[in-house]
Design a protein around this ligand. Structure first.
Ligand SMILES: [Zn+2]
Ligand SMILES: [Zn+2]
Length: 253
């Protein structure tokens, strides 16, 4: 097929429905590249994969190595905490790692004690004093699992942005199914780097195409037009959920 004269030569075009990107091309020069390539081979947004793996890694370490560390438990709710999402992971992680729930019970007990310790004194207090006590009780240190995930994501984004200057990597980056938040974060790292422009154009084309398919779904949903619905339109809502919500329900994939 002759090249389309309308299309700029560096534009990879819409990556939709072209199947998974060819990952044979990019070469890994160190362990960070290797981890990225591994995440790129998994399904969904590779940055979400990096985040999920890092969060799972720290949770596994906490359950298998740090639970009995008094210093670690003493820091809970003082310097670090578990957010609601990661509190919910403690027992399942423990069951998976140790086959029991002793370690997670110790952690949950420490957190619960610490969080409720000052609340007893709030009973009977009123006005400004009560408001201050309850406000203090709601202030919590950052989630250590989320923080670990955010650090891994930061490393991944910086490296992806660097690698986008390499044509072979850029071609693959253009085709990867980044979620919108992680794509914008990646763009922020790459900045006005010329080599990133084709990546940005291709990703935006993917989001536009998705938007068009969602509209098509709505248009073809009425009873008399249902036979016009295409598979691409049917799958659009699931894909948009991943674009806007990240790799949902993929656990520690
Ligand atoms: Zn993502
Ligand atoms: Zn968290």
């Amino acid at each position: 097929m002759a090249p389309d004269p309308q299309k700029p030569p560096d534009s990879p075009g819409s990556p939709d429905l072209q199947g998974p990107p060819d990952l044979q091309g990019p070469a890994a020069s160190d362990i960070i590249d290797m981890r990225l390539l591994e995440a790129m081979r998994a399904e969904g947004c590779p940055v979400c994969v990096v985040r999920a793996r890092s969060e799972k890694g720290i949770l596994d370490t906490i359950i298998s190595e740090r639970v009995l560390d008094r210093g670690f438990r003493a820091d809970l709710e003082r310097r670090q905490a578990f957010c609601r999402r990661h509190v919910a992971e403690l027992v399942p992680t423990d069951r998976r790692e140790t086959g029991g729930i002793l370690g997670s019970s110790l952690l949950l007990g420490a957190v619960l004690d610490r969080r409720t310790a000052d609340l007893g004194a709030a009973v009977g207090s009123r006005g400004r004093d009560l408001r201050r006590r309850l406000k203090d009780a709601r202030l919590r240190p950052p989630c250590l699992v989320c923080s670990q995930g955010a650090t891994a994501v930061e490393t991944a984004l910086v490296r992806f942005a660097e690698r986008s200057r390499d044509g072979v990597w850029a071609a693959v980056l253009a085709e990867l199914p980044f979620c919108l938040d992680d794509f914008i974060a990646l763009w922020s790292k790459a900045g006005s780097e010329k080599a990133f422009e084709p990546v940005a154009r291709a990703q935006l084309a993917r989001f536009e195409d998705l938007s068009r398919r969602l509209e098509g779904f709505a248009h073809h949903s009425s009873h008399d037009r249902r036979h016009l619905l295409t598979d691409e339109e049917r799958s659009a809502a699931d894909e948009a959920t991943r674009v806007l919500g990240g790799n949902v329900a993929r656990g520690g994939s």
